[in-house]
Design a protein around this ligand. Structure first.
Ligand code: 7RM
Length: 652
């Protein structure tokens, strides 16, 4: 962590403080430290009061049963997530309020009121039932950012079928792995989706994946657009494949919401870890919905007339918790956009903010750094005066990007909430509250009320800088890794006794605020996407020319990290530029474009310890052009020196 530590020393010279603006306090959801005090006094009563805000078919008898590492929240309670996101808003004035406003990349738009969204979700739920989907069956969803993505998730939730959403940028192989791990029966996909003017051929990808998926019985194909389907091939396999429009046309818009046990599965979402195989993070119903709805309301200070836009993709947890479940459980108006921020020009996001009057905007630091690079003139073209609150998530935000976001996007008047959380935590854990917390650019500040976090060393001693640790269970915590209980225990619960290890390093500042420094394991964060170094390495060694590969992150000014791959080739194979290109494409084919290595270095040997472990730390020094760290444990120190010469690592 020496490098992160050095970065932090720079951060800590950051002395600026931003108290909540006076205007943000009026009518705020949380206007004082009351919730912190209540949660401090009685954590379980605090969470219970948030669970009571939801609609339950049956009450719980016990708030928490905790047998580390297994928690059950609101035990005995029964509820349905889709009912909470839709049905309960239909009684009053929210019935005809826009629930979902969508804009496609080409500029087409669609909008659903709560009543309309309820009807559409119910129709698809019935259609899924018609395909034989029963409570407990897994449904895979592989869609672009179109309304049907949210509709499919909610339709699954409605009938108690756990969904497994697979990001539309993943390759057919990555899709197949996820379908097989979850043993999904049905796949919901689309003919295609738009990205930077091009078409992502999702149905063709799906067909390729399904060659290797024996559990899969039926495919539902959303027709993204007539124009699009004319442009690409959409082969349909008789008996297996059905067009979405055909299925819902015949389906009733009445579908009772399945009463689910609080601890029944809501979804599985795959995320990268330190091995070559992604983990199926399991989330259940009652605790998850309680914490996502509480945090959405408090952190984004949600008001009835807000137009709320989270720019994440529904394929990631941020899309699950803060596009679909959190905002809809709160009856908010959610904006959804299909495409890229720089299509057709670099002001697409600001154009959308202005045209729809977006009030709350939640995005990632990597996007903010791209906006900075494109320049102030793009946001300056648009009226952003409706914005009142900004959020960030996904990686540490550097103070410079924070300040730019604050000044240029927020016009100096919008509080910024820097929210730390993970796929595994399900919901926001460490964050400012906009009308309460004085923020410091670059700090996620303090735990949300009811969350207990601290910093520990390897031995479990409290320290000022060390590993982030969550010391008490929280409602939206993951329950296990699907089909791999041992990995769940080993990854998250073996470092300390009964304390959760998130895999991040952090430090306290002199105000007692937390500064998250980034991963301390072999997980990279490339443009806000989590990628395991081992996943990329497995993809590389899968190529016939490769004997061995080691992957590290290299600091990148926009993406945060870029992927650097050190590759040893088979005897007699030449490390040509053409081969570099083929290896990159091979990784894209195995995983997806998000994992494309930026740098490929051919190495005669990789630096290893005498026991044969690759020393990634030294490769990172090489990639960053840093002076080499301790090389005394190397079997052959000449190996890394040769690499450094070859890579041209300048001394710093
Ligand atoms: C929501 C999400 C989780 C990892 C996490 C961190 C990093 C996320 C912040 C952050 C610093 C933040 N889920 N991370 N948010 N680091 N400040 N506000 O991103 O599972 O995909 O990634 O992302 O390293 O462990 S995730």
């Amino acid at each position: 962590m020496s490098e992160a530590g050095a970065a932090l020393d720079v951060l800590l010279t950051e002395e600026r403080r931003f108290p909540p603006p006076e205007h943000s306090r009026k009518g705020a959801v949380v206007a004082d430290r009351g919730p912190y005090e209540r949660a401090e006094r009685d954590r379980l009563a605090f969470w219970e009061s948030w669970a009571e805000e939801l609609d339950w078919f049956e009450g719980w008898h016990t708030v928490l049963e905790w047998e580390p590492p297994h928690a059950k929240w609101f035990v005995g309670g029964r509820l349905n997530a889709a009912h909470n996101c839709l049905d309960r808003h239909l009684e009053g004035p929210r019935r005809d309020k826009p629930a979902l406003i969508w804009e496609g990349e080409p500029g087409d738009t669609r909008s659903f009121t709560y009543a309309e969204l309820h009807a559409e979700v119910s129709r698809l739920a019935n259609a899924l039932k018609g395909l034989g989907v029963q409570k407990g069956d897994r449904v895979a969803i592989y869609l672009p950012m179109i309304p049907e993505a949210a509709i499919a998730m909610l339709a699954c939730a409605r009938i108690g079928a756990p969904h497994s959403v697979v990001f539309g940028g993943f390759s057919p192989e990555a899709l197949a792995d996820r379908i097989n791990d979850a043993q999904a029966r049905v796949l919901v996909t689309a003919d295609g989706g738009y990205r930077r003017g091009g078409v992502v051929p999702l149905k063709l990808n799906s067909d390729k994946a399904l060659e290797a998926c024996p559990s899969l019985e039926s495919v539902v194909v959303v027709e993204r657009g007539e124009e699009l389907s004319r442009g690409i091939e959409v082969p349909m396999t008789a008996g297996r494949d059905h067009f979405y429009s055909d299925l819902v046309a015949e389906a009733s818009s009445e579908c009772p919401a399945e009463p689910m046990d609080s601890e029944d599965l809501l979804y599985i979402l795959y995320t990268s870890g330190t091995t070559g195989t992604p983990k199926g993070v399991v989330h259940t119903t009652g605790g998850y919905l309680t914490q996502v709805s509480a945090t959405t309301k408090c952190v984004f200070d949600l008001r009835e007339d807000d137009v709320y836009w989270c720019t994440a993709d529904v394929g990631w947890v941020t899309g699950h918790s803060y596009i679909v479940y959190g905002p809809l459980a709160n009856g908010a108006t959610v904006l959804m956009y299909e495409g890229a921020p720089d299509w057709p020009r670099n002001d697409r996001f600001w154009d959308i903010c202005a045209r729809y009057g977006v009030t709350v905007f939640y995005t990632a630091p990597t996007a903010i750094r791209a906006f900075m690079k494109w320049g102030e003139r793009w946001p300056a073209k648009h009226d952003l005066s409706r914005l009142r609150l900004l959020g960030t998530v996904g990686e540490p935000i550097n103070p410079e990007a924070w300040m730019w976001y604050h000044r240029v996007v927020g016009g100096g008047r919008c509080p910024i909430v820097d929210t730390w959380w993970q796929t595994e935590t399900g919901a926001i854990m460490i964050t400012p509250l906009p009308a309460v917390t004085t923020t410091r650019p670059g700090s996620a500040t303090e735990p949300f009320p009811g969350i207990r976090a601290t910093l520990l060393d390897d031995d479990g001693n409290e320290v000022n800088a060390g590993f982030l640790a969550i010391t008490e269970p929280w409602p939206s915590m993951m329950r296990t890794i699907y089909g791999d209980e041992q990995r769940y225990r080993d990854t998250y619960w073996s470092k300390w006794d009964g304390i959760y290890f998130p895999g991040d390093g952090a430090k306290y500042d002199n105000d007692g605020y937390l500064w998250i420094l980034g991963r301390v394991d072999d997980v990279l964060n490339v443009a806000g996407h989590r990628i395991g170094t081992m996943e990329v390495e497995s993809a590389l060694v899968d190529h016939e020319a490769v004997v061995e590969a080691a992957v590290v992150g290299k600091t990148h000014d926009v993406k945060g990290q870029a992927i650097a791959a050190f590759v040893t080739l088979r005897e007699g194979v030449d490390g040509s530029q053409a081969l570099e290109g083929r290896l990159r494409e091979h990784v894209v084919q195995k995983i997806g474009a998000i994992a494309r290595p930026e740098i490929v270095v051919f190495a005669a040997d990789l630096p290893k310890t005498r026991s044969g472990k690759i020393m990634r730390r030294l490769l990172k020094d090489v990639a960053e052009g840093h002076r080499l760290g301790d090389t005394t444990t190397l079997a052959d120190p000449a190996v890394v020196e040769a690499l450094q010469m070859k890579y041209g690592g300048e001394e710093d």
